[in-house]
Design a protein around this ligand. Structure first.
Ligand SMILES: Cc1cc2nc3c(=O)[nH]c(=O)nc-3n(C[C@H](O)[C@H](O)[C@H](O)COP(=O)(O)OP(=O)(O)OC[C@H]3O[C@@H](n4cnc5c(N)ncnc54)[C@H](O)[C@@H]3O)c2cc1C
Length: 471
């Protein structure tokens, strides 16, 4: 390995802040620039890791001593057709850029994550899902074609019909085969800048499943916040939010509600307190007792007649990007950061598995401080995380004292998930072991992964800490 200029050396972190590594970061903004980075890797005998906005929680976009190919400067919208809703973008374009560009023409991205800052390249790498996964599938289902540069420098174009092997493996392939250079997608037509939102508070986990079953057929989006600290008969009590699109002609003020300025999340809470400082207020509460109080407060407020309204209207951005409401909220978890443990379990076992997970966390003295529940449907992508069932995402604070114990807890939860036919998601993962990787993907898919890696990246030049940990 030869030495690279020190001014490119940076400490790169997973979004959760619990894993980090030094790498040599390069930010090209042209196709030729991308090619040069591959050449540099070859000349310096180093591996390459692709990075978008580094919003993956764990080690998917970091690589110790690697060249980090950061695509965030390849951020041009290449083509937009407001009649067909088809958009072509460079890989570093963010979800935020897209929705702000298209909404005034009456379109919205068909699938978005809980934050607007990820890049499209990173979203395809993980094949992200939204609060509408049960209906809209993952983002890959809305991709019409992409161009990808292989480590050889060759650019290939793939669509679901032409080179479908590359299409269904590079999307979901956690950046292992090449770097996306341009992506064409179909957006979703919307007839208002607003959504109809309904909320329900449930007594426990069982009621959460009941309400989901009842309301899923009539929902465009459905998501549950789960209190993972309450126990016994209140275990898994939750607040569910449903959002539905307006029908054509229903909004008489469309031009106004579709304005970008009408979508924006407010800068302050109740018009007084700057949102950028809210994490400081949260800081003293990120412990078991503090979170018990916060969770109680959430449920209490949700039942208040005026504040906890059961039906209201909300802009697309406000509903979709709730987590962006409190910028820097992860800082309230302290220096050790956080991990998110998200498992996907077939519907027939999900209630039992999630109940057990919540109990295991409580028994270990490490209840999750944030639980998010979603429904999913299977998809055709090779490294899919989805199942015909549900997911529960659990956030945990990491400290030097609890780290080992927390990882052990995750290993035990992995065993439980695997015994029930469940799956995991590389975008969130920080704790899977090689045996978990093999078990959830299955031997056939692992073999296919090795074949594809040999075919597209024969020198094994693309590597991440995630890959090193899992294989
Ligand atoms: C607060 C928060 C909420 C979230 N909510 C959701 C959610 O609701 N649903 C969901 O599915 N995910 C969610 N995520 C996860 C996030 O959407 C994914 O991790 C996404 O991949 C991040 O995109 P990124 O641009 O930051 O990519 P990165 O994290 O930088 O990279 C992700 C992967 O893609 C690869 N990659 C990046 N760019 C390219 C490229 N151009 N070509 C090839 N490979 C590339 C990287 O090597 C890496 O393996 C959330 C994350 C956060 C922080």
């Amino acid at each position: 390995m030869s030495v690279l200029p020190i001014d490119h050396l940076e400490l790169t972190e997973g979004w959760g802040g619990s894993v980090s590594a030094f790498g040599y970061v390069y930010r090209p903004n042209t196709i030729q620039g991308l090619r040069e980075v591959f050449d540099l890797a070859r000349q310096s005998n180093r591996h390459i890791t692709f990075r978008g906005s580094a919003r993956s929680y764990g080690d998917a976009a970091i690589g110790a001593e690697n060249i980090i190919l950061d695509t965030s400067r390849m951020n041009r919208i290449l083509n937009w057709d407001p009649v067909s809703g088809i958009i072509t973008v460079e890989p570093g374009v963010t979800i935020e850029q897209i929705w702000q560009y298209i909404i005034e023409d009456g379109w919205w991205p068909p699938v978005v994550p809980g934050t607007m800052y990820p890049t499209i390249g990173g979203c395809l790498g993980m094949n992200i899902h939204g609060k509408n996964n049960f209906k809209a599938g993952p983002i890959g289902d809305h991709v019409l074609s992409f161009d990808i540069m292989l480590p050889s420098g060759e650019i290939k174009t793939a669509t679901p019909d032409t080179d479908s092997e590359l299409f269904y493996s590079a999307i979901s392939g956690f950046g292992m085969f090449g770097v996306f250079t341009s992506i064409t997608m179909k957006m979703k037509k919307v007839h208002s800048g607003l959504l109809h939102v309904k909320a329900w508070t449930t007594k426990n986990l069982h009621e959460l499943f009941e309400i989901y079953e009842k309301h899923i057929p009539s929902s465009d989006y459905l998501v549950g916040w789960v209190d993972c600290i309450s126990s016994e008969e209140k275990l898994g009590r939750s607040i569910i939010h449903q959002a539905n699109y307006f029908a054509d002609g229903e909004d008489h003020n469309t031009a106004q509600t579709l304005r970008v300025s009408k979508q924006m999340l407010p800068d302050s809470i109740l018009g007084i307190f700057p949102k950028s400082l809210v994490w400081i207020l949260l800081y003293p509460f990120t412990n078991n007792l503090g979170m018990k109080f916060i969770n109680w407060l959430r449920i209490f407020v949700s039942k208040l007649p005026i504040i906890g309204k059961p039906m209201y209207e909300q802009s697309h951005a406000e509903f979709a990007f709730l987590l962006d409401y409190v910028p820097g909220w992860k800082k309230s978890y302290g220096k050790g950061g956080l991990i998110q443990y998200q498992s996907f379990v077939p519907k027939e076992h999900a209630e039992k598995v999630f109940r057990k997970q919540i109990e295991m966390c409580q028994e270990a003295g490490m209840p999750s401080y944030l639980g998010v529940f979603k429904q999913h449907k299977p998809d055709k992508f090779l490294f899919t995380h989805a199942v015909d069932g549900f997911s529960l995402a659990l956030d945990f604070k990491v400290t030097p004292q609890n780290r080992e114990k927390l990882w052990d807890l995750c290993y035990k939860m992995n065993d439980l998930v695997l015994a029930n036919g469940g799956r995991f998601y590389f975008a969130k993962d920080a704790t899977l072991r090689p045996q978990d990787f093999r078990a959830f993907l299955g031997e056939e898919t692992v073999k296919k992964f090795q074949e594809l890696k040999k075919k597209y990246d024969p020198e094994n030049i693309i590597q991440t800490e995630l890959l090193r940990r899992l294989t």
